[in-house]
Design a binder for this molecule. Structure first.
Ligand code: 5AD
Ligand code: SF4
Length: 437
């Protein structure tokens, strides 16, 4: 979501006559688009802001803006602690950056972090913007794009800061989403990832379509019908809201990639209840089994938090056995950290840092082995790969399962082509292949 916000910020600035600087030291405007989901991300922002204090002393005309979730969370406190920051921009204000920056510099408000419940995600069409044709950012891949379908979250998992920094859940209208994607596809984009904090509850909180019960599975079908769109993905989902209608899409929509990021967070029912996740391990496993029945090739990934307050050794052991049972293709795992204003901050049974670190290491070591074992099963298979980069002696791209494939022999193809690749080798985090066309 932050990556997409960075693109929007860059595009908005490009439309206002800015262009990207090659170094931070030489920039007229530095924007830190921040994440506060875990304490570590927030610490990075604070130390970077400390370094920028010096840069600004040398070049007082440099403007500094803090955007994203840390900005939303800290608001004025950032300006008080860091007077060299010109503007603190809340998560619902990013489209207004040029205007708000001009006002701040002219003596207006330096912290704008209003968060409204009925936020309407603006229509933001790439072609409708002035210099939209020129890419303002160095893009990771111009054939794969994120499209926001909803923002905010109403779930209040006890560890999570998102409902506070992103506000109440709001969905974008179907027409806006379809228009935006149609334009991207017309401009050559092959793959779209639909973005939201909890895409399964798309359409639940505000009208998105004339049909009142229009939901995420309906949206997927509408997007899949856009001619020329080769691949469709989405992220992310709370397992409690994953329903049959969505599971069936994996069997019925050809362009929906066989990949699902389904954060489980923990393998112990006691901890899941303390996290207020509102599903049990049995519920989760039932959904995993159904997904695999409908789409045997599906690659499942997850998020795990270790050391949640009150996590005993047996709870952690349950997380390890869930890993053995599901054998995720990959996972993102984190040590629990207190986030300001969340209910988990107030829970007792905080876990010592060394215990968290040791559990994290144990989990990750086992996950790495499983990822490698799973990846080895792709060796000698022929898989469709969307090429992201082609060089004179190779290139790289991604499979439908979202595995990165490196090629170290020349490819008679161009970036954006979807080719058939024979997998020759597997590592923990990527595959090697050669063109099988
Ligand atoms: N501590 C550690 N990890 C967290 N996450 C969210 N909040 C916290 C926290 N307070 C993790 C969850 C989530 C991912 C984006 O970040 O696993 O799915
Ligand atoms: Fe945070 Fe996701 Fe829970 Fe929402 S569903 S509160 S974004 S972890």
């Amino acid at each position: 979501m932050n990556e997409r916000d960075s693109e929007i910020i860059a595009q908005t600035l490009a439309d206002n006559g800015y262009f990207p600087a090659s170094t931070m030291a030489g920039a007229d405007l530095v924007i830190l688009n921040t994440c506060s989901v875990r304490a570590k991300a927030e610490q990075k922002v604070m130390s970077l802001l400390g370094a920028l204090r010096k840069a600004k002393r040398e070049r007082p005309e440099m403007r500094i803006c803090v955007a994203g979730c840390v900005a939303q969370q800290e608001g004025r406190r950032i300006i008080e602690r860091m007077p060299h920051v010109d503007l603190v921009l809340g998560t619902q204000q990013i489209y207004r950056l040029p205007e708000l920056l001009a006002q701040a510099v002219a003596g207006g408000a330096r912290s704008v972090t209003d968060l409204v419940d009925d936020y309407a995600i603006p229509r933001f069409l790439p072609a409708a913007t002035g210099t939209g044709a020129t890419a303002p950012l160095e893009e990771s891949c111009r054939f794969r794009k994120f499209v926001t379908i909803m923002q905010g979250c109403n779930n209040y998992c006890t560890y999570c800061v998102v409902p506070y920094t992103r506000g109440r859940e709001v969905s974008r209208r179907v027409d806006d989403i379809v228009d935006e994607i149609s334009l991207l596809v017309a401009g050559g984009v092959k793959e779209i990832t639909l973005l939201g904090q909890n895409v399964n509850s798309y359409g639940r909180t505000n009208p998105v379509h004339s049909r009142a019960d229009y939901g995420f599975a309906d949206l997927l079908r509408a997007v899949a019908a856009i001619p020329g769109l080769a691949r469709l993905r989405f992220t992310t989902s709370n397992p409690k809201d994953l329903d049959e209608a969505l599971i069936r899409c994996f069997a019925e929509i050809d362009t929906l990639c066989p990949q699902f990021h389904l954060p489980v967070q923990a393998g112990s029912d006691r901890i899941l209840a303390r996290m207020h996740r509102r599903y049990t391990v049995a519920d989760y496993l039932e959904k995993v089994d159904k997904l695999r029945q409908h789409c045997p090739a599906i690659a499942l990934t997850t998020d795990i938090i270790v050391g949640f307050p009150g996590e005993r050794e047996e709870d952690f052991a349950a997380t390890l056995s869930l890993l053995e049972r599901v054998r995720f293709h990959g996972s993102f795992s984190f040590k629990y950290s207190d986030r300001p204003g969340t209910r988990a901050c107030l829970l007792d049974g905080k876990i010592a840092e060394e215990v968290k670190a040791e559990r994290l290491a144990r989990f990750q070591a086992r996950q790495d082995q499983i990822s490698l074992e799973r990846n080895r099963q792709y060796v000698d298979q022929e898989l469709a790969v969307l090429l992201e980069e082609v060089t004179i002696d190779g290139g790289r791209g991604r499979t439908g399962t979202n595995h990165l494939v490196h090629f170290s022999t020349p490819l008679p193809h161009r970036p954006g082509d979807i080719i058939l690749a024979r997998i020759t080798q597997a590592g923990q985090h990527s595959l090697q292949g050669r063109s099988a066309d």
